[in-house]
Structure formats: structure tokens, C-alpha cells
Design a protein around this ligand. Structure first.
Ligand code: DX5
Ligand code: ZN
Length: 218
């Protein structure tokens, strides 16, 4: 079953409660929360306070994507705020295995994120420990960018490793996902589809979400 994770980066930040309820009603599976610190990426968004504020709004898993330097410093704060899945960038972690194990030890799902130019081999040694592997299909920092198709080769490679070792890690893509790119990603082995612009900036969120989901499940 393919999953859709609307990214609130493209939502109306003055009305996060109604925006989240809208996509939940539309059939969202996760709520993707983009945390940016203005250092790891050239944009600043939100922190634990906003995750805490939106936690009571939905029962959907909060899929928190940390685009920040030194994520170890904030794991506890995001867990206390209500994050269900915490994904850290391999490019921002000096001790990725330790960070992943710490998130899991605290009872939350742990994800690793790789940027478009980062070789997927970087996560091979810990693939069996991951609950989620997030492939950035844009350079992180902003919504509404164009999909980078070369990332599909990395998904296919990781899917071979996953099948060979019968791992239950979920593959997620993030950036430029719409009905067309979702179909290609699903064929490569993707399970979870993050979409910001293709859902929140559409007149009918329910239609938009359904279109992406059915394209992914074709
Ligand atoms: C970008 C974020 C993505 C982004 C996706 O750095 O990690 O989650 O919000 O937005 P779209 O779907 O508009 O490309
Ligand atoms: Zn994201």
C-alpha cells in the first residue's frame, strides 16, 4: 500500500490546524514536517514548538525531516514535541549509526536522508537498522522545485539490497513529487511519497492527493 505524506512547508502557516485536518480528511498517511535551520539548508522554517502545537491536531504520524546541522542536539526536543518518525541527513551526522540507534532506543522510528548527489552506498551499512530511507529528489530547502530523475538509480540500487536481505525499511521520496514523478518512483521501489506543492497549492487537495496515490499504485 503506497503512502502519501503531504509536506506542510507548502501549507498556509497562518492556518496549520485546518490545513492539516484538510489533508488528513483527503487521505494523507503521514504529515511531513520540514525543519530547516538556515545553516544546513538556505532556509529557516520551524522547530519543536510548532511540532508540539500541531501534535494534538492529528493522529497521523508526524514524519519530521531534520534539515539541520548537528541533529543529535535536537532529537529529544522533537520526540518530546510529538514526532513519530525522525529523519536525519547523513551529510549532517558525524556518527550516523549512533544517532539512528538513539532515535530507536527512545521508541521512535528512525530515518536517514540522502541528498541528490550523496551516494546511496553511504547508508548501506545501516540499511538494516533504518525504519525509513528518504531520497531527496530536489536539493533541500524549498518546495516547488523540479524532480531530479537521476535519484531513481539510487532507489533501484537500495531496493536490490532491501530485497536481498529481506529488510522492512520504507523508502520515501521528497521533492518535485506529482502524479508523473510518483509513478516512476513507485516503479523503482518507493513506498512513501512526500508532496508539498502538488497537494497544498492545488484547488482540490483531495483530488490532488488521490491522483498521486493512484499514479503510485498503478
Ligand atoms: C524540501 C523539503 C520537501 C519539500 C517538498 O527541502 O524537504 O519536503 O517541502 O516540496 P515539493 O513537493 O513542493 O517539492
Ligand atoms: Zn522534506
Amino acid at each position: 500500500m503506497k503512502k502519501i505524506a503531504p509536506s506542510i512547508l507548502s501549507a498556509d502557516f497562518a492556518n496549520l490546524e485546518s490545513e492539516i485536518k484538510d489533508v488528513e480528511k483527503a487521505g494523507a498517511d503521514y504529515i511531513h514536517v520540514d525543519v530547516m535551520d538556515g545553516h544546513f539548508v538556505p532556509n529557516i522554517t520551524i522547530g519543536p514548538l510548532v511540532v508540539k502545537a500541531i501534535r494534538p491536531v492529528t493522529d497521523l504520524p508526524l514524519d519530521v525531516h531534520l534539515m539541520i546541522e548537528e541533529p543529535d542536539r535536537y532529537i529529544d526536543a522533537f520526540i518530546d514535541a510529538g514526532a513519530d518518525i525522525i529523519s536525519v541527513h547523513v551529510e549532517a551526522c558525524d556518527h550516523l549509526h549512533r544517532t539512528i540507534m538513539e532515535i530507536k532506543a527512545k521508541g521512535k522510528k528512525a530515518g536517514a536522508v540522502i541528498n541528490p548527489a550523496t551516494p546511496v552506498e553511504m547508508v548501506k551499512p545501516i540499511l538494516h537498522e533504518l525504519d525509513l530511507l528518504l531520497f531527496m529528489t530536489v536539493n533541500p530547502g524549498f518546495g516547488g522545485q523540479s524532480f531530479i530523475p537521476e535519484v531513481l538509480e539510487k532507489v533501484k540500487q537500495a531496493d536490490e539490497w532491501r530485497k536481498k536481505d529481506n529488510l522492512d525499511v520504507e523508502f520515501e521520496v521528497d521533492g518535485g513529487i506529482n502524479a508523473i514523478t510518483a509513478k516512476e518512483c513507485a516503479q523503482a521501489g518507493v513506498d512513501v511519497f512526500v508532496a508539498g506543492n502538488a497537494i497544498f497549492n492545488q484547488p482540490n487537495r483531495k483530488e490532488a492527493l488521490k491522483t498521486i496515490k493512484s499514479a503510485a499504485e498503478e
